[in-house]
Design a protein around this ligand. Structure first.
Ligand code: DQA
Length: 149
């Protein structure tokens, strides 16, 4: 079963557990729990269910992408943090599953240091939402609800 349920995985990578205190001038003051709360509320009104997780480990993100497919998730929202810019393993995992993945970023990496301009995740993702702070996640969730992926 693929992509037919109302379940949306929201996967967060390294250092995102420190949101709220981490470089607030770039990432803002909302914590990951705050973002989870916002997403839960929006998911309820959109008739979706979210499973939100965070890890600092690249292979865990790979495992969770595989799991999203195995569980028949409708889509994955993926903020892979810095692995976005380095991880061919994540690109391969995204390509290996048929579950659509939306790349999400709080900041706009394209307007930051040059090393953030390449996105391996983006090469496999169906869409990218970046630069809207926590609203990037909400916009991505709405795209799933509206079948815009
Ligand atoms: C980020 C952008 C990445 O470049 C950075 O490494 C992060 C956060 C974002 O959400 O803006 O950890 O993914």
């Amino acid at each position: 079963m693929t992509g037919s349920s109302n379940l949306v995985y929201v996967l967060n990578g390294p250092n995102l557990n420190l949101l709220g205190m981490r470089e607030p001038e770039i990432y803002g003051s909302a914590t990951l729990d705050d973002i989870a709360g916002m997403l839960e509320d929006r998911a309820l009104t959109l008739g979706l269910e979210i499973d939100m997780r965070q890890t600092n480990h690249e292979g865990m993100l790979v495992d969770w992408l595989h799991e999203a497919q195995a569980e028949g998730a409708r889509a994955v929202l993926l903020n892979a943090g810095a692995y976005t810019h380095t991880s061919i393993a994540l690109l391969d995992a995204i390509k290996a599953i048929t579950t659509p993945v939306i790349e999400v970023h709080l900041s706009n990496p394209k307007q930051r240091e040059e090393f953030r301009h390449i996105s391996y995740v983006g090469m496999g993702a169906a869409k990218t939402v970046e630069g809207f702070g926590p609203d990037s996640y909400i916009i991505a969730l709405e795209a799933v609800a509206n079948d815009e992926i």
